[in-house]
Design a protein around this ligand. Structure first.
Ligand code: GLN
Length: 304
């Protein structure tokens, strides 16, 4: 376990970067977030959690939820069914791009861009009676926190500004790669994005990625092989168009969200969550990436 002093050092180290990024402003509920927040939490495979800065303050997890939805799909579907509808390649386009969906006949590049996550939400919607409730159950169990909930204001705000995601879903439907009612699936997807969690919750919840598929309470959520595969996808596609830069600087599988959170793992050792709302040009937390970079250097860890 890294010492608390190291986590505090990481937070202090990146404080000068505040002001250099831009808080997500595509919905008012996110634009009003305090830009000066910095938090980090780490959970080890021994089950210990430690945090520094604003690590107990909940934020909108946004696209980090795409890891939970793919995981849930892996527990419900044969893998071939999932991968016949979504690819495993980095996209090279922005996370909400329609271009590739059109060019590649409705099959999204990977499950971590919006198009891919919408297909996964469609899969969940068609298999589960109550997909929103099931997700809440899962993340509460994984984070061992019954207070985790959806931020209704964020979910509603996403829905009121849903034109682009709706366009992506309809485009996929036109190619036959979307089964459910678009509006219903969008609502489910927006609720997943609107999950409100803090760094401690998320570092605990993601422990299975560092622990061969085993959750904090020792349950095998997905297999060891599936965990390795999921980490490979996170390393190649978890940071959108910034995946190469992130691999270069941080060297860990990770997933970002436009709420400013990033989760990352050192397989076999620990899971990490950082949060700072200001984003870089690819929609990834600017100071969050710098926190992970500093931590990986100080720990001398990289998967490469
Ligand atoms: N709710 C956002 C969207 O669908 C999530 C995007 C993100 O975090 N990158 O556009």
């Amino acid at each position: 376990m890294p010492e608390l002093a190291l986590l505090e050092e990481v937070v202090d180290k990146v404080r000068p970067l505040l002001g250099q990024g831009k808080v997500a402003d595509y919905i008012p509920a996110l634009a009003s977030v305090d830009a000066g927040k910095l938090g980090i939490a780490v959970t080890t495979v021994d089950g210990e959690t430690l945090g520094a800065g604003d690590y107990l303050e909940p934020f909108s997890i946004q696209s980090i939820s795409k890891v939970f939805s793919l995981t849930l799909a892996l527990t419900l579907y044969e893998e071939a069914e999932i991968w016949s509808r979504v690819g495993k390649e980095p996209s090279g386009h922005s996370f909400n791009s329609l271009v590739q969906v059109e060019l590649e006949r409705g099959k999204p590049r990977n499950p971590f861009i919006n198009a891919g996550a919408l297909v996964i939400a469609d899969l969940l919607q068609s298999r589960l009676g109550a997909p929103k409730h099931r997700m809440l159950e899962l993340v509460r169990q994984l984070s061992q926190n019954d207070k985790v909930c959806f931020d209704k204001q964020v979910a509603d705000s996403e829905y009121q500004h849903s034109a682009r995601n709706a366009a992506i879903a309809y485009l996929m439907k036109s190619f036959g790669n979307f089964q459910g009612d678009v509006d219903t699936v969008l609502r489910t997807y927006f609720h997943y994005c609107a999950l409100k969690m803090n760094c401690a919750d998320l570092s605990k919840a993601m422990l299975y990625l560092a622990n061969r598929g085993k959750t904090l309470d020792g349950i095998e959520l997905i297999s060891q092989v599936q965990t390795r595969q999921l980490n490979a996808l996170l390393a190649t596609s978890g940071l959108y168009d910034g995946a190469g830069e992130f691999a270069y600087r941080v060297g860990m599988p990770g997933k970002s969200g436009v709420g400013g959170g990033i989760i990352a793992v050192i397989p076999g050792e620990l899971s990490i969550c950082v949060w700072s709302p200001e984003l870089d040009g690819n929609g990834n937390s600017l100071a969050g990436t710098a926190m992970l970079e500093h931590l990986s250097q100080r720990l001398g860890r990289s998967i490469f």
